[in-house]
Design a protein around this ligand. Sequence first.
Ligand SMILES: C[C@](O)(CO)[C@H](O)COP(=O)(O)OP(=O)(O)OC[C@H]1O[C@@H](n2ccc(N)nc2=O)[C@H](O)[C@@H]1O
Ligand SMILES: Nc1ncnc2c1ncn2[C@@H]1O[C@H](COP(=O)(O)OP(=O)(O)OP(=O)(O)O)[C@@H](O)[C@H]1O
Length: 289
Amino acid sequence: MRVLEKAPAKINLSLDVLHKRKDGFHEVKMIMTTIDLADRVELVDLPYDEIRIISHNRFVPDDQRNLAYQAAKLLKDRFKIRKGISISITKTIPVAAGLAGGSSDAAATLRGLNRLWNLGLTLDELANLGAEIGSDVSFCVYGGTALATGRGEIIQHITPPPHCWVVLAKPTIGVSTADVYKNLNINSIHHPYVEGMIEALKIGDYDQICNLMGNVLESVTLHMYPEVANIKDQMKRFGADAVLMSGSGPTVFGLVQYESRLPRVYNGLRGFCDQVFAVRMLGERNCLD
Ligand SMILES: C[C@](O)(CO)[C@H](O)COP(=O)(O)OP(=O)(O)OC[C@H]1O[C@@H](n2ccc(N)nc2=O)[C@H](O)[C@@H]1O
Ligand SMILES: Nc1ncnc2c1ncn2[C@@H]1O[C@H](COP(=O)(O)OP(=O)(O)OP(=O)(O)O)[C@@H](O)[C@H]1O
């Protein structure tokens, strides 16, 4: 049997950090939404009991370090499955980019194996399992648009953004999420207005969504890698309506409401960056069906 799953990236429209917890993680409050930039995860039964990862991408590990491997191992152990599985990952989402690529591959593997092995788990159950793999995996199990709290694993679905384009530009550096959180100075945070963003989404107020975008991790990554600030400036200069770094970075995204403006922003960025994408939001609740 063979199962195909789409594994889309996320962006953070708003990302606040409240405090550092005793377990070393940070308590966050963030708004995540799915975008139409996706890896493809193909699951095929193997005749022997082994988890095999195939990715053809030199930045993606093909062993137990791969988050999709960890997802398959978790299900095998928890439900005592004695079957082998081949997991082929066709990467489109840039790696170590702040777009939850690995987390989305893990989430797609959970959804796909649930079908392939007839486990009958609900999305809520899969999201709870996903939290054992990484903080972003629970959101990626559902996709859509959500307020994520706790260390990122407590998900509340909210109104998706109105239709617009998202231009993404990833500089050649890869960023360690752990390093960014470690270098965050909790006492000098300028908190974004997350509740205001939820309200703006609810009434579909595009201008207000643009005004309220904010990410407290941005200052840390911009300090570590000044080229990220440069890409932000360029994206604004080429006419994006609002510009922000996603997650721990280094990918910068810009919102563009009118398609007629898109070529200028996209082509302008291509002059500075190898990895530039222009995609649609995919924030509807059932975007993965
Ligand atoms: C930056 C974001 O991508 C925003 O969506 C997430 O907060 C990070 O999610 P993630 O990459 O799935 O993170 P994990 O794999 O769970 O954790 C990686 C490392 O980031 C730090 N970390 C992560 C999440 C969190 N709420 N607090 C943290 O301090 C921890 O040092 C952890 O060891
Ligand atoms: N399936 C996978 N795809 C990409 N990277 C993976 C995968 N599994 C494990 N990794 C490892 O995870 C690291 C982070 O990659 P990933 O693309 O998930 O980062 P990210 O987009 O910054 O994640 P997040 O936004 O959740 O913090 C990579 O350097 C890679 O070694």
